[in-house]
Write a protein that binds this ligand. Structure first.
Ligand code: GDP
Length: 439
């Protein structure tokens, strides 16, 4: 079946791109644009008309990408038309009236590209991430994954394991004869090597996943210490309500920031303190949850009371915490008096630059890294790698050579599921549903 969809964003635009993929793409090009013998990969200015009425729909560009040299690997036609709602609607309508064409499902173009071997699964995910990227760090990471770096890394491991398996199977086949010298040793060598690579790769502080999803930073502190004011300062807009009376921030408010090119989710939590009233109790419970599950914390104390600190907040301070003394403007002490805290004033903005610089350092430390090797970016990758490693551990310790060969086979399968080289029907729907229609 041939599919079609608007591939550019919906709404008014200068240009809209409609993509058609499948065996009937050529006849669609002929029917709408009157182009019978299209030149591959050339943009042709043409009049588009409704094949049934002959009515002119728009003037635009038609492009032809014959299989297999197209995004999906199938015959693909593209129409670049004026991006008005009625124009786009009319061209889509004309396409749906043609034989053998139907509207595409979300992610269906990319799914076809995967099924035709144009992209592996990690690349398909990279494409979804690239479309969703909002910061430079996300864009760079997604592009590397789309270019196939992650898949290529897993393929090199897979090749080593296939060799190990071959050596082990040779051992089984020759059991009654001379076992080839060194074959088992060779197999063990490959197994251990891949095990080490996986362990190293997994031990990345979840940098790739966090760079994709955002580093979660919770602002914690006693009621009225200035958490909401600080969040607003950092977000440069009024995301949280700042109130005079204590205990007004009753839920968790999150803003998304771009810090040093990486996404950060900054959460303002309800004040950590013994609560009165049911709503506030719930708020405090949520605040505690967020604080303990956050990747990082900003603990806010009152500069006027420093170095005195409330025990509720202090209990959350650990290695992954920036300590801030707020309301510096009311305290009137020198910066050095607050070591190791950063004195700031959410009201006047004093000290904010220092806090932002410290935040950048935190984010780059957690997400930046040297990133010379590609990073895994999803829990799906992590789970499969852990499965693979467990199978290799079993393989390394099993006595019988048959069992070891079987475990290595399972390990290869786990790696193959990440790239989609082995049957992965069950995960496809999940992965491609992340896309919207037209991708
Ligand atoms: P939260 O309960 O911790 O979120 O505190 P808010 O952000 O709601 O602030 C409580 C009160 O302190 C408000 O009246 C703020 O205007 C005030 N406030 C916050 N930060 C500062 C600051 O740095 N200096 C001064 N003078 N007042 C502040």
């Amino acid at each position: 079946m041939t599919i079609f969809a608007l591939s550019s964003a919906a709404g008014r635009a200068g240009v809209a791109v409609i993509r058609v993929s499948g065996p009937a793409a050529a006849s669609a090009l002929r029917a709408l644009a009157g182009i019978a013998d299209p030149r591959p990969r050339h943009a042709e200015l043409t009049r588009l008309s409704d094949p049934s009425s002959g009515e002119a729909l728009d003037d635009g560009l038609a492009l032809w990408f014959p299989a297999p040299h197209s995004f999906t690997g199938e015959d693909v036609a593209e129409f670049h038309i004026h991006g008005g709602r009625a124009t786009v609607g009319a061209v889509l309508e004309a396409l749906s009236a043609l034989d053998g064409l139907r509207p595409a499902e979300p992610g269906e173009f990319t799914r076809r590209a995967f099924e035709n071997g144009k992209l592996d699964l990690t690349q398909s995910e990279g494409l979804a991430d690239l479309i969703n990227a909002e910061t430079e760090g996300q864009r760079r990471q997604a592009l590397r994954q789309l270019e196939g770096e992650l898949g290529a890394l897993y393929d090199t491991w897979s090749v080593r394991l296939v060799r190990a398996q071959a050596h082990l199977e040779a051992g089984i086949d020759f059991a009654d004869e001379d076992v080839p010298e060194g074959a088992e040793k060779e197999a063990n060598h490959h197994i251990l090597w891949v095990q080490e690579q996986i362990t190293h790769h997994l031990d990345d502080g979840r940098a790739g996943e966090r760079a994709r999803e955002g580093l979660y930073i919770a602002i914690i502190g006693a009621p009225n210490v200035g958490k909401s004011s600080l969040l607003n300062r950092l977000a440069r807009r009024d995301a949280a309500i700042v109130a005079e009376s204590a205990g007004t921030t009753r839920d968790v408010i999150e803003v998304h920031l771009d810090v040093a090119g990486y996404p950060v989710i900054l959460a303002d939590t309800a004040g950590l303190r013994a609560a009165d009233g049911e709503v506030e109790t719930e708020g405090v419970r949520r605040a505690m949850n967020r604080a303990s599950s956050a990747d990082y914390k900003i603990a806010v104390f009152d500069a006027r009371l420093w170095p005195q600190r409330d025990a509720e907040t202090e209990a959350f301070v650990d290695q992954a915490t920036l300590i801030v003394a707020n309301k510096w403007d009311l305290a009137g002490r020198a910066e050095s008096a607050y070591e190791p805290a950063l004195p700031v004033s959410a009201k006047t903005g004093e000290g904010l630059d220092n806090l932002l610089a410290a935040l950048e350092e935190v984010v780059l430390g957690a997400l930046g890294g040297s990133a010379s090797a590609p990073r895994l970016t999803r829990a799906r990758h992590r789970a499969a790698l852990e499965e693979c490693r467990a199978a290799l551990e079993r393989a390394a310790s099993a006595e019988a050579i048959e069992l070891r060969a079987e475990d290595v086979r399972l390990a290869i399968r786990s790696l193959g599921r990440i790239t989609g080289r082995v049957d992965v029907e069950d995960v496809l729907d999940v992965i491609f549903s992340e896309f919207c229609i037209g991708k």
